[in-house]
Design a protein around this ligand. Structure first.
Ligand code: B3K
Ligand code: ZN
Length: 875
């Protein structure tokens, strides 16, 4: 497979203005007739051959302006249909046959639970018909779907329904017309036996929009939360960005077999059922929040992605980073903003930071790819969102909004680049963002080192900030980046000091956006009455690793006093990382372990105060995760990390036992279920207390877990208890797992949780159990959710077992990748993530992973997806 480079971009030779599709769905084969209005692109001089993309299509006929072409009129290859000689403007009609029922890759047109659906982003449309499959070719679509009426009563596509009727032999048809020109990756079609849950939304300017969520029969009672989330998203986008919905229909279809979360097809979003279906008994608080966020994300794409789209796939973060930022803002407004920010940063650190230091490290705008599906990554999405957040911080909320308005004013209806976005922000904000744009081209997580000096006589406080960006594959040397370092200073009383920088006439504010641009920079605060404790990188104002010369006492002071809730949490994490890495070092050199009293005291204080803000306490009492701890080590030692963290958890469990117990009890009453932030916060605190109690699973703790498992009707509580039981030696463990399966065996999404709980258990026999579960009747190798819940959860969510010293975890993963790749390359490739971190481990593990990677690349007919990750990991 060959790499494609950003620098090789050229406008398309031809443009397609109109697409008329006729899709005839039949059990033996599907026939697609496409009539395309094509012209030469004025942006390219001279007549050039027309090269259409097409994969796994059986070509039936080709006509140009109604005249059939014989086989010598075109050139057919496995990936292309080439017409060497065509008029300047013409109508091309092709007829092709496909077999969606055999499509296990879940890209293009395929079947899920007997229903037809499509997934075209990034390059799936070429599996439906011959086309110029690139996002800067935008056309108006009309789609006629024809199918058997009894089996497929619902026929959907983008835009407005403009006709429908019955046809011969018990068949029927529907005609859809989308007035908005769009790239083909936003095309969608659905045909199936589905039930709609309906609602309405009236837009600010008075447009009445029909909202429908289509699900398989029997799931109608699980759509309330998704529908509420959709209406909230629509209102929020009007209020915050002035953006209204632009059609009379907004449809969502939930399907069980879907490679990722959801897809923003114009007016016809297709969702993984995981991000739609929820009732308190079946879905956790995390599921409810995930649904709200993903429904919002896909809805927000209507403007950031659909109305303004990407010129090419290198610009993916243009729509994804921006839309993730928007959904993060939305969720922060709907729930606890502090908890949301903490969780987003945790996500970034546990998934994106490792990617940024691994074999697949790439900039937010990648420079090349072999398989574009490999670049729907945490870097493009989540680091991309951090980049947008930095514009917001640098320009301020109003400046950012002006930039967004200008972006839409300039580019509505266009396919554009990240440079166009940056230009709109720079022009609206009146700022120079040239250096800032390095965020799009330099990979790797920047590192900041900050030192502070207080001069008592001069009453000045000087911060010195040094930044470096580590080398990444293909990028040995980096330049300093432009970023906002939001800073405050706390006085001895714990209050924020008014801030005045040298040269300023008067103090202004208690939080400042310090702009970093150089490798080393100094900031001098004047009029500082006493030695302050600095609060740096407030709200995690840039996606960096920060080291500051703060003492344990400074950090404890910040955990008690910082007015910035993120930094109050973060100070505790920094302290936790210090202590845990100390324990790791002790384990590695065989020293006895002890948890400092001060740390136990600080945790006890947070716990004692938990009643004030349970949601925050639940975050502050969680020790830094194993994956994040790994990112803080030169060579990751997964076993020592796990042992250190478990030792700390057991010690805290023991030393604070009465308080965990009391706090658990205080929240254990069965309050009526609601998913507001306060209730979620109380449940997470309660379950955290139970987790600490179960770190020393004495009969009382086990009794509480069993009581909660059987007694609660909220899945959040049930699964938390089951997870703890499954990870323990308690003899009740197997009964609980069996009871859970028995209760929920007919609910596929809940069964996913059952697989996940077993795959992430720290018990030593977990790998054997995972292997055995592959043969469980409820396991489906073709269903991505099942694969992610069992195999993915084991590889990504159970470091101590996956990285077992005998290398069995690696061999297992490679076996599964090779088994899945021929069916579904995207899913197989996603499982490879852990292997791409190879160079972060010790020599033995590297050798073991290398053996598996070599076995993978030597396999014939490997997909480009898996080949790209495996070969880059071996470099
Ligand atoms: N845009 C889609 C992702 C498509 C992934 C293709 N492999 C969902 C989203 O980000 O909203
Ligand atoms: Zn998206």
């Amino acid at each position: 497979p060959k790499a494609i480079h950003l620098t090789a971009y050229r406008p398309s030779t031809h443009l397609i203005d109109t697409v008329d599709l006729h899709v005839d769905l039949r059990e033996e084969a599907t026939t697609v007739r496409a009539r395309l209005g094509i012209r030469q692109n004025p942006a390219r001089a001279g007549a050039e051959p027309l090269v259409l993309d097409g994969q796994r299509l059986e070509l039936v006929s080709v006509t140009v302006d109604g005249v059939p072409l014989g086989p010598d009129g075109y050139i057919l290859s496995p990936d292309h249909l080439t017409l060497p000689d065509t008029p300047d403007t013409f109508v091309l009609e092709t007829v092709v046959r496909t077999r969606p029922q055999d499509n296990m890759a879940l890209e293009g047109l395929y079947k899920s639970s007997g229903n037809y659906c499509t997934q075209c982003e990034a390059e799936g449309f070429r599996k439906i018909t011959y086309f110029i499959d690139r996002p800067d070719v935008m056309a108006r679509y009309t789609t006629v779907i024809e199918a058997e009426k009894a089996r497929y009563p619902v026929l959907l596509s983008n835009g407005n329904l403009v006709g429908s009727g019955d046809a011969a032999d018990g068949r029927h048809w529907a005609k859809w017309e989308d007035p908005f020109p769009k790239p083909c990756y936003l095309f969608a079609l659905v045909a199936g036996d589905l039930r709609a849950v309906e609602d309405r939304f009236r837009t600010r300017s008075g447009r009445d929009v029909a909202l429908r969520i289509y699900v398989e029969p029997g799931n109608e009672d699980k759509c309330d939360h998704a529908m509420r989330s959709l209406k909230k998203s629509m209102a929020w986008d009007e209020e915050v960005y002035g953006l209204e919905y632009d059609l009379d229909i907004f449809n969502i279809v939930a399907v069980s077999d879907f490679n990722m979360g959801a897809m923003e097809n114009k007016s016809l979003n297709v969702f993984n059922t995981k991000y739609i279906l929820a009732r308190p008994e079946t879905a956790t608080d995390g599921d409810f929040l995930g649904i709200e966020a993903v429904v919002a994300h896909e809805y927000f794409h209507n403007w950031t992605g659909n109305r303004v789209t990407c010129r090419d796939w290198f610009q993916l973060s243009l729509k994804e980073g921006l839309t993730v930022f928007r959904d993060q803002q939305f969720s922060a407004d709907m729930n606890s903003a502090a908890v949301k920010r903490i969780q987003d940063v945790q996500g970034l650190r546990t998934v994106q930071f490792p990617e940024d230091s691994g074999a697949m490290a790439h900039p937010v705008r990648p420079e090349s790819y072999v398989e574009i599906n490999n670049f729907y990554t945490p870097t493009v999405y989540n680091k991309g969102a951090e980049v947008i957040r930095m514009y917001h911080t640098l320009l301020g909320a109003e400046g950012f909004r002006r930039g967004m308005d200008l972006y839409f004013q300039r580019h509505d209806g266009q396919a554009v680049t990240c440079d166009d976005f940056a230009a709109a922000m720079a022009d609206a904000g009146g700022v120079d963002l040239t250096q800032f744009k390095l965020w799009y081209s330099q990979a790797g997580t920047p590192e900041l080192r900050v030192t502070g000096e207080y001069d008592e006589a001069a009453r000045t406080y000087r911060l010195t900030v040094r930044q470096t960006v580590p080398p990444t594959p293909g990028q040995p040397d980096k330049m300093p980046m432009h970023m906002p370092l939001v800073t405050g200073l706390l006085g001895p009383d714990g209050k924020d000091l008014p801030l005045r920088l040298a040269g300023e006439a008067a103090p202004g504010g208690t939080s400042r956006v310090l702009e970093l641009r150089a490798a080393e920079q100094r900031f001098e605060f004047v009029d500082v009455p006493a030695r302050p404790v600095p609060s740096l990188l407030r709200g995690f104002s840039a996606p960096v690793k920060l080291t500051a010369d703060l003492t344990d006492a400074d950090l404890t002071f910040l955990t008690a006093n910082d007015s910035d809730p993120f930094n109050r949490w973060e100070a505790g994490q920094v302290l936790g990382v210090r202590i845990l890495l100390g324990l790791v070092a002790d384990i590695q050199s065989g020293r006895p372990l002890a948890l400092p009293d001060g740390f136990v005291g600080a945790m006890g204080a947070v716990l004692g105060d938990a009643g004030h803000d349970p949601a925050f306490a639940a975050q502050a009492l969680v020790l830094p995760g194993e994956s994040y701890l790994g990112t803080q080590m030169a060579v990751i030692d997964p076993i020592a990390i796990h042992e250190a963290r478990e030792f700390a958890r057991r010690t805290l469990a023991e030393r604070l036992r009465d308080r965990w117990l009391a706090t658990h009890r205080a929240h254990a009453g069965n309050e009526p279920f609601s998913v507001d932030a306060a209730a979620i916060g109380r449940r997470s605190l309660k379950n955290l207390c139970l987790a600490y109690l179960m770190a020393r699973p004495d009969p009382e703790a086990v009794g509480l877990a069993i009581g909660q498992f059987h007694g609660s009707r909220a899945m959040t509580d049930v699964i938390a208890a089951l997870q703890l039981l499954a990870g323990s030696d308690a003899p009740e463990r197997e009964d609980a797992l069996a009871a859970f399966y028995d209760r929920w065996k007919d609910d596929r999404l809940v069964v996913d949780k059952w697989f996940n709980v077993q795959a992430t258990s720290h018990r030593p026999d977990t790998l054997d159990r995972v292997r055995a579960l592959l043969d469980h009747p409820a396991f489906e190798i073709r269903n991505p959710n099942k694969v992610y819940s069992l195999i993915g959860a084991f590889a990504g969510g159970n470091p101590v077992r996956f990285h077992a010293t005998d290398g069995a975890g690696y061999a297992f993963l490679a076996d599964q990748v090779l088994r899945i790749d021929p069916m579904n390359p995207q899913v197989a490739s996603r499982l490879m993530g852990q292997f791409s971190r190879i160079r972060r481990y010790d020599a033995t593990r590297q050798a073991q992973m290398r053996t598996q990677l070599e076995r993978i690349v030597a396999t014939p007919a490997l997909s480009p997806d898996v080949f790209e990750v495996a070969s880059k990991s071996l470099e």
